[in-house]
Design a protein around this ligand. Structure first.
Ligand SMILES: NC(=O)C1=CN([C@@H]2O[C@H](COP(=O)(O)OP(=O)(O)OC[C@H]3O[C@@H](n4cnc5c(N)ncnc54)[C@H](OP(=O)(O)O)[C@@H]3O)[C@@H](O)[C@H]2O)[C@@H](O)CC1
Ligand SMILES: [K+]
Length: 483
């Protein structure tokens, strides 16, 4: 599991550790790790004679850049510092000068010839986007041929929320110290970070066991996915009920069922208006056409994709929400849920909105949700007392109440922004619920598998379809089981 901790927590851990160490020891550890990462980015044998530019702000983030620059200068790099704050870390600057580095008044000339730029303008002490005086320099760095390495965080992004208020400096790689910060894992900030490297500065024992953010890795998902035993029958493996589709949106039912069939449940039961089409596409599905209370045993429901509006879906959603089993509500179904109805349920509820649907539920606009994804998923989980999976560029999952760690999905791909892929995801997550996973695990494992399947479907890169994602799910599942 990759974890991230908020700034306040990182600072507290640093303070505890720093009290036990000589002055400046932590910064020296950070700078040593940073310089080593720069050497590997420059390539073997390429440090000597390389041209390195340091963008130095007024705080310790600039200090890290200066000390790392001093190390690179001692290995023969030509190192030039651009001082962007009203002051610069004194000891770091002295170290750079002693190692043969220099300070320039002309950032543009230095940047035009640079092989590597270290962005030490701001780290966890930064507030808001880049200040106006730093903007043209940051743009010149980005526009140069140099590799841009962010020190701890890309300057201009918010470490805790992943928000970018104004302009930030996009990095090719970020070398972060002690712990990942939430903004490094959540869009829009994540997009600015490039490849991530964590430098261990010894903070581990001082960080709390429960992080702010966590990202599942292969082995976590392998451990959580259901595995049928020799004794399993379809009921033990779970029956997932799917209420989806309408005369207008028939494909949504087929796709949700396609996801559900590949999620490990023992059987899929379909209720809705397009049973004929569903059974033609998936003959193994149990289609129920009678009254709701005669639908038969179901261990979890997926409700909402393509059901449209009106009194029929409204009544049907009432039946689903009244069931004493976990319920996943997606897409059109989200229009028929109120916080009160969800809170009153006796079994867990999982809501899976995209940014537009989340905005409607929160009474805000889509852009606000996209700019503040972490805050939005926490607010929804708190308001509905439900688990929420917020789909999008970084899919987030938050447990009921909104205060626990948020899971961030690391397997997404922009190709997933394709019609119907959300229906496959909800079927898949519902199937995992029916198989007995708790809602946070079901949602985050489903997002993980769905992302892997999309990457497989995209192959070397190329458009994918929702059906293609569903078809690639068994292979994604195998990849996780047999890495
Ligand atoms: N503590 C430790 O043990 C270790 C810490 N480490 C390192 O320290 C970093 C944190 O250092 P920090 O606390 O000095 O904050 P930092 O991010 O450098 O910013 C400082 C100043 O920048 C300014 N400023 C603010 N916003 C701005 C903006 N938008 N644009 C421009 N300027 C802006 C503002 O000052 P002002 O100009 O307002 O006076 C603010 O006070 C951390 O990220 C890691 O790299 C590592 O060495 C490991 C050990
Ligand atoms: K930085």
């Amino acid at each position: 599991m990759r974890t991230a901790h908020p700034v306040e927590t990182v600072r507290a851990a640093e303070a505890e550790l720093m009290a036990l160490l000589p002055d400046g020891a932590l910064m020296r550890r950070a700078a040593a790790g940073l310089a080593a990462a720069c050497c590997s980015l420059l390539g073997k044998g390429r440090v000597y004679g390389s041209r390195v530019v340091l963008l130095v702000g007024s705080g310790d983030n600039g200090g890290d850049a200066l000390y790392a620059g001093a190390r690179l200068a001692r290995r023969g790099a030509g190192v030039t510092a651009v001082l962007l704050g009203g002051r610069a870390h004194g000891a770091g600057l002295a170290a750079l000068r002693a190692a043969g580095g220099r300070v320039t008044e002309d950032p543009y000339e230095a940047l035009a010839a640079a092989d590597l730029v270290l962005d030490g303008i701001t780290g966890i002490g930064g507030r808001g986007g880049l200040r106006p005086e730093a903007v043209p320099v940051a743009r010149a760095a980005r526009g140069s041929d140099a590799v841009v390495v962010a020190v701890d965080l890309p300057s201009g992004v918010d470490a805790d929320t992943g928000e970018v208020d104004g302009e930030a400096l996009r990095a090719d790689a970020t070398v972060t110290f002690g712990a990942y910060k939430p903004g490094l894992l959540v869009d829009p900030a994540r997009e600015y970070a490039g490849a991530l490297r964590l430098v261990d500065i010894g903070l581990g024992p001082y960080l709390p066991a429960i992080p702010g953010l966590e990202a599942l890795q292969h082995q976590d998902v392998a451990r959580l996915l259901p595995e049928p035993g020799a004794e399993s029958d379809k009921y033990r493996r779970g029956v997932v009920g799917v209420y989806a589709g309408s005369d207008r949106y028939r494909g949504a039912a087929v796709l949700a069922v396609a996801g559900a069939l590949r999620g490990g449940a023992g059987a899929v039961r379909y209720l809705g208006r397009v049973g004929d089409m569903v059974v033609r596409a998936h003959p193994e599905v149990l289609v129920h056409t009678g009254p709701w209370d005669a639908a038969g045993r179901v261990q979890a429901w997926v409700a909402g994709p393509g059901i449209g509006e009106g009194s029929d879906p409204e009544t049907a959603m009432g039946h689903v929400l009244a069931a004493d089993v976990p319920v996943l509500v997606d897409a059109d179904g989200l229009r028929h849920v109120t916080p009160g109805a969800v809170r009153e349920r006796s079994a867990p509820t999982l809501l899976t909105p995209h940014a537009g649907e989340a905005a409607a539920l929160l009474g805000t606009d889509r852009a606000a949700v996209e700019a503040g994804r972490l805050a939005a998923v926490r607010a929804l989980a708190a308001r509905y007392g439900a688990t929420v999976l917020l789909k999008g560029s970084t899919t987030l999952v938050c447990g009921p109440g909104g205060t626990g760690p948020v899971r961030v999905n690391p397997t997404g791909t922009p190709w997933l922004a394709t019609a119907g892929s959300g229906d496959v995801l909800s079927g898949l997550a519902g199937s995992l619920l029916a198989a007995g996973l708790d809602p946070v695990d079901a949602a985050s494992c489903a997002a993980y598998l769905h992302g892997l399947a999309a990457r497989r479907a995209a192959g070397a890169g190329g458009p994918i379809t929702a059906s293609g994602v569903a078809d690639a799910l068994p292979a994604a599942w195998r990849d996780i089981r047999e890495p």
